[in-house]
Design a protein around this ligand. Structure first.
Ligand code: ASP
Length: 340
């Protein structure tokens, strides 16, 4: 029997074509996807399309994530897999958010998009779309979904969504997963890297958690950051802060810097430390500059991306009011976003 896939279109470059009258790039009506893209009929999957009002993903917010999670939940039993077409700019944030919101996922949710509109001859969108659908529809020899995770497919590689980051505004290979290997690699055939694919526990029931706390700030430190700017950011009402530090998690040891963070933590703000480097991880045991942060209760985000840390913070803050519980959840892996 053919697998069935729900294709949710949220907007972004992939959904654009050239308007025959004006010659400008405009979003096309995804209901007419088969006319735009007849090759889809030849795929071994039944595809149903659910178009949202298209947005540039720079306008994505937690409302979009809640809507996506709810639509996937409503349609969970009817489909074998889901493909989410999304603008590339914030795709890693949305894929990360969904990974925390969809619990015990046993079906694929594959995000994809393109750097060149699908209606342009040289588009990268056609291959991204076709292969994402194929992956969403694929079952293994035991009849289980090949990749029951929130993933992101781009330019021949399937990544765990919450490990990705947009790395290029120019190259067709727009995404990287620097701290976790690809879940699948695509050449003449699709090679699934079984050992890196996460599966839900047997019998665990799928559910959705849509509560998110939006009062979160990202503070990227830089040489020359002043006390008044740091204090203003910490006094912004944020209940959680993602602190982007240098190298292996290092930050200034100046008394005002540590003092301002200590006061925020004492007020109940959760502070998680991620590195500004594009790969490697935070280890606050190595240098005095990291140890000082650890001592005041800054939580190590280890090898998490900023995208995963921000969305995890939103998710965790909405789970519990206890700072200890929050710290525990932030440190541990919820869905493969941290550590190995
Ligand atoms: N600005 C677009 C978006 O993120 C870029 C893209 O889709 O590639 O919606």
């Amino acid at each position: 029997m053919k697998s069935s896939v729900l294709l949710i279109y949220t907007g972004g470059t992939i959904g654009m074509h050239t308007d025959p009258e004006s010659g400008a790039l405009v979003p096309f009506d995804f209901h007419a996807i088969y006319e735009e893209f007849p090759a889809l009929r030849r795929l071994g999957a039944n595809i149903e399309v659910l178009p949202f009002e298209p947005i540039d993903s720079s306008n994505a917010s937690s409302e979009l994530w809640v809507r996506l999670a709810e639509k996937i939940a409503e349609n969970y039993d009817r489909f074998d897999g889901f493909v989410v077409l999304h603008g590339t700019d914030t795709m890693s944030y949305s894929a990360s958010a969904l990974s925390f919101m969809l619990h015990n996922l046993a079906k694929p949710v594959v995000f994809t998009g393109s750097q060149i509109p699908i209606g342009v001859l040289r588009t990268d969108g056609r291959e991204n779309l076709i292969t994402a659908i194929e992956i969403a529809a694929t079952k293994d020899s035991k009849g289980r979904a090949a990749v029951p995770e929130v993933s992101l497919y781009f330019q021949n590689r399937l990544f765990r969504g919450n490990r990705t980051t947009k790395q290029s505004a120019e190259e067709l290979s727009a995404f990287a997963s620097n701290n976790y290997p690809p879940l699948a690699e695509v050449g003449v055939s699709i090679h699934y890297n079984e050992q890196f694919i996460h599966r839900p526990e047997k019998g665990a029931e799928f559910s959705v958690q849509t509560a998110l706390e939006r009062d979160v700030a990202v503070i990227k430190i830089f040489p020359g950051l002043t006390e008044s700017i740091l204090r203003a950011m910490l006094a912004s009402g944020a209940k959680g802060v993602v602190l982007e530090t240098y190298g292996a998690g290092n930050a200034p040891t100046k008394e005002w810097f540590i003092g301002a963070l200590r006061e925020a933590i004492e007020r109940g703000v959760s502070v998680v430390n991620v590195t500004q480097c594009s790969n490697g991880e935070v280890n606050m045991d190595i240098y005095e500059t990291g140890v000082a942060l650890q001592k005041i209760g800054v939580i190590s985000g280890r090898d998490m991306t900023t995208e995963a840390a921000v969305t995890k913070m939103m998710y965790v803050l909405a789970q519990t009011d206890s700072p200890e519980e929050r710290a525990k959840l932030l440190k541990e892996s919820i869905c493969g976003e941290i550590g190995r």
